[in-house]
Design a protein around this ligand. Structure first.
Ligand code: ACO
Length: 429
C-alpha cells in the first residue's frame, strides 16, 4: 500500500503543495520536498542536514534507534565474524557476495594495483618530516589524478571501476609511505604474496636490515577494524565525496576531499582525539572531573568517542571493537591502563543522566585507538587507518552516484547579511 502524500498549505497565500512520501526498502518514510520552492516559493532550512536524505542508496542501512548496521543487507556482526575486508570491499562495490572465482579475480585485481608510481615517492619525500599523515594523504591521493590522467574518462564504466580498484589497492601503500617518510625509513614496496592487511603491516613496520614476520593477531584485528569502518551511509566524508563527485570531478579529487572531511575531530579524527583525551585524563580518579567538564555548557570539552548523529543506541561497531580490544590485548599479552580508563569512563557516562537523557553512547572511535596503539600504530596515523577502510565506502558510493547521475549538489542558504547598499570611496569611509 502506498502512502498518501502530505499536503503542505501556506496560510499566508492559501497555496498548497502535495508532497509524496517515499519509503526505502526498510520502510523508513521520507517526504519528497522537491516541489516546495516552485509551488510555494519557500526553501527548506535544515542546517547539518539532520532531517534531510540527500540521495537514494542501496549500499548501507543504519537504524540508529535499534543500533543496526548492515552492508548490502548483511548484518555487520555477521560480516565481522565471518568475512574478510577484501570480501566486504567486493560486496560494497558490487552489491553481492562474490563466488569463489569472482573473489579470486578481485583479489588478483587489487593485488595487481598495489604499487604506486615511483615519482609519487619523490612527491611524498617533499613533505616536511613532521607533516601530519592525514595532510599528506589528502595531497597524495589528490595527486593520483595527475599520474593517471589517461584513464579519467568518467563516462566509461570500466575506467570508473579501474579508478575505484586503484584507490582500494594503493591506499595502504600510500599510508605506509607517509608513515615511513616521517620515520626516515626507506620506501617499502608491497609484498604481493601477503594478503591485504598483512601486506599493509609489512609495509608499515618492516625494515631492510631485519626479517619482519607479520603477527597474525594484528593482521586479523586490522581486517576486523577495516570491515567495521568500511562504510557508513551518508556521513560527512561520504557526503563530501558525493558532493564533489556531483560536479563531475575526478574520483581521486573526490576521495582527497573525503579524506580532508574525515580528518575533523567530530568525524574520523575522533579516534586520535580519544587517545589524547584518555592520556590527558591519566587516571581513573580524574574521570568524574572530565565527565563534569563534558556536561558543562561553558566548557568546549566533549567526551571524544561519545555520541553520534544517527545512533541513539549503542553503536554496534563499538560493541564489536570493545570485545576485540580485550581479545587483542590478551592475545598480545599486553596490558594498557588506558583500556581500564576507557571502561571506567564508559561505565560512569552510561549511568549519568546527562548522557542517558541525550542518548550518548560510545561510538566506533572510542575503543579503536586502544587496539591501534597495542599494534604499534602512532596516534597521528589512527585516522589514516580509518581512511584506508573508508576508501571502500567512498568509492562504492561514488560509483553508485556515477551509475545514477543526479543534479549537481547545490544547497541554498538563509541570507543574513546587509541589504543592498552603495559603495563608498575609500577616502570617505
Ligand atoms: N560530549 C558531551 N556532550 C555531547 C557529546 C559529547 N561527546 N556529543 C553530543 N553532546 C551533547 C551536545 O552538547 C548537545 O547537547 P544540547 O542538546 O544540550 O545542546 C546534544 O548532546 C546533541 O549533540 P549535537 O552536537 O547536536 O549532536 P550531533 O548529531 O550534531 O553531533 C557528534 C554528533 C559530532 C558525533 C557529537 O556527538 C560529538 O561531537 N561527539 C564527539 C566527537 C566524536 O566522537 N566524533 C566521532 C563520531 S563517529 C564518526 O564520525 C566516525
Amino acid at each position: 500500500m502506498s502512502d498518501k502524500p502530505l499536503i503542505l498549505t501556506d496560510p499566508n497565500t492559501d497555496r498548497s503543495v502535495e508532497l509524496p512520501v517515499i519509503r526505502g526498502s526498510e520502510g523508513e518514510p521520507t517526504i519528497d520536498i522537491k516541489a516546495v520552492p516552485s509551488k510555494l516559493g519557500y526553501f527548506t532550512y535544515d542546517p547539518g542536514y539532520a532531517a534531510t536524505a540527500s540521495c537514494t542508496s542501496s549500499i548501507t542501512f543504519i537504524d540508529g534507534n535499534r543500533g543496526i548496521l548492515r552492508y548490502r543487507g548483511f548484518p555487520i556482526e555477521q560480516l565481522a565474524e565471518k568475512s574478510t575486508f577484501p570480501e566486504v570491499a567486493y560486496l560494497l562495490l558490487h552489491g553481492e557476495l562474490p563466488s569463489r572465482s569472482q573473489y579470486d579475480e578481485f583479489l588478483d585485481d587489487i593485488t595487481y594495483h598495489t604499487m604506486v608510481p615511483e615519482k609519487l615517492n619523490t612527491f611524498i619525500s617533499g613533505f616536511h618530516y613532521d607533516a601530519h599523515p592525514m595532510a599528506m594523504m589528502a595531497g597524495v591521493v589528490g595527486s593520483l589524478a595527475a599520474f593517471y590522467h589517461d584513464r579519467l574518462d568518467m563516462s566509461d564504466p570500466a575506467q570508473r571501476m579501474l579508478a575505484a580498484k586503484r584507490m582500494i589497492a594503493k591506499m595502504p601503500t600510500i599510508a605506509a609511505a607517509c608513515y615511513r617518510h616521517h620515520m626516515g625509513w626507506p620506501t617499502a614496496y608491497p609484498p604481493n604474496a601477503l594478503n591485504y592487511t598483512e601486506r599493509f603491516l609489512h609495509m608499515m613496520f618492516s625494515v631492510p636490515a631485519e626479517v619482519y614476520e607479520v603477527n597474525p593477531v594484528a593482521a586479523r584485528a586490522f581486517d576486523l577494524l577495516f570491515i567495521l569502518h568500511a562504510d557508513h551511509e551518508q556521513n560527512a566524508s561520504t557526503s563530501t565525496v558525493r558532493l564533489v563527485g556531483s560536479t563531475g570531478a575526478n574520483p581521486y579529487a573526490c576521495v582527497a576531499a573525503g579524506i580532508s572531511a574525515l580528518w575533523g575531530p567530530a568525524h574520523g579524527g575522533a579516534n586520535e582525539a580519544v587517545l589524547n583525551m584518555l592520556e590527558a585524563i591519566g587516571d581513573v580518579s580524574q574521570v568524574p572531573t572530565y565527565i563534569d567538564r563534558a556536561k558543562d555548557k561553558d566548557d568546549p570539552f566533549r567526551l571524544m568517542g561519545f555520541g553520534h548523529r544517527v545512533y541513539k543506541n549503542y553503536d554496534p561497531r563499538a560493541s564489536i571493537i570493545r570485545t576485540a580490544a580485550h581479545e587483542v590485548l590478551a592475545e598480545l599479552g599486553a596490558r594498557d591502563p588506558l583500556m581500564d580508563l576507557a571502561m571506567e569512563l564508559e561505565r560512569i557516562a552510561l549511568e549519568d543522566d546527562y548522557f542517558v537523557d541525550k542518548r550518548l553512547y560510545p561510538n566506533v572511535d572510542f575503543y579503536s585507538g586502544i587496539i591501534y596503539k597495542a599494534m604499534g600504530i602512532p596516534k597521528s596515523m589512527f585516522t589514516v587507518m580509518f581512511a584506508i577502510a573508508r576508501t571502500v565506502g567512498w568509492v562504492s558510493q561514488w560509483l553508485e552516484q556515477a551509475d545514477h547521475p543526479t543534479r549537481i549538489g547545490r544547497p541554498r542558504q538563509v541570507y543574513s547579511g546587509p541589504a543592498e547598499r552603495d559603495y563608498i570611496d575609500i577616502g570617505q569611509r
